[in-house]
Design a protein around this ligand. Sequence first.
Ligand SMILES: [Zn+2]
Length: 290
Amino acid sequence: MRRLFGLIGLLLIAVAFPARAEERLNVVASFSILGDLVRNVGGERVSVTTLVGADGDAHVYVPTPADAKKIADAKFVVVNGFGLEGWLPRLVKSAGGKASIVTATAGIAPLTRGSDADPHAWQSVANAKIYVGNIRDALVATDPASAELFRVNADVYLAKLDALDREVRAAVAQIPESRRKVISTHSAFGYFAAAYGVEFIAPVGVSTESEASARDIADIITQVRSAKIPAVFLENVSDPRLMRRISAETGAKVGGTLYSDSLTAEKGDAPTYIDMVRHNIKALTSGLRD
Ligand SMILES: [Zn+2]
């Protein structure tokens, strides 16, 4: 009989305090690539909300009132930093100003272009590993009881990123050295260029906020001709017309689409960070082939 009461007691406790798995941690990520990294480290314990979703442009995002609510409900907000999310301070203020902010690029030395930091640090897989470490540490600090889970998830994912980094190097090695030159719309591949030795030239700067001037475009056309750049690439976050025009005027072929600042929806070419990097190296190797 006592045992029966014991069981009923346990049952009542279970009803009153549902399993911890059901009370996930709400984490907000500023854009889709960060959202994917948080999902990989947080696993089942974390419910991730992404502000700038698939194919969205984080440089020029306009937050909605619903975003302020998401931030107010979150344990913390993961941002890239390096000037990517210029719209964030106002959003945090309209959410009550209490959000705790985790900067994924903490510990990375930014590349600069003129006086601007280049925010696209995730395009080097070694940097993505630093992002993952920062996200893991923030999750562990927020929910120490799940620390072991976050550490194991992070280790599994970091091993995948190591393999991905090797894949990128092997792919670039297949491109003849004289053909490792690319035109992309905005300067989103500086970290990729520095890490893997492919030269990128772009008529638009490190943010999509500005537009290329007639002079910028004329300069690029001259460079494509004189350096015999084999291919121009489109971006999922930029208007394709400029690249098509440069292609038409120079004879450089359109080598496909590179995913720079955003993942695609589930059925697209780049629904995860790893898919995005793989897609880009495939596009580069096929677009720059002899
Ligand atoms: Zn960008």
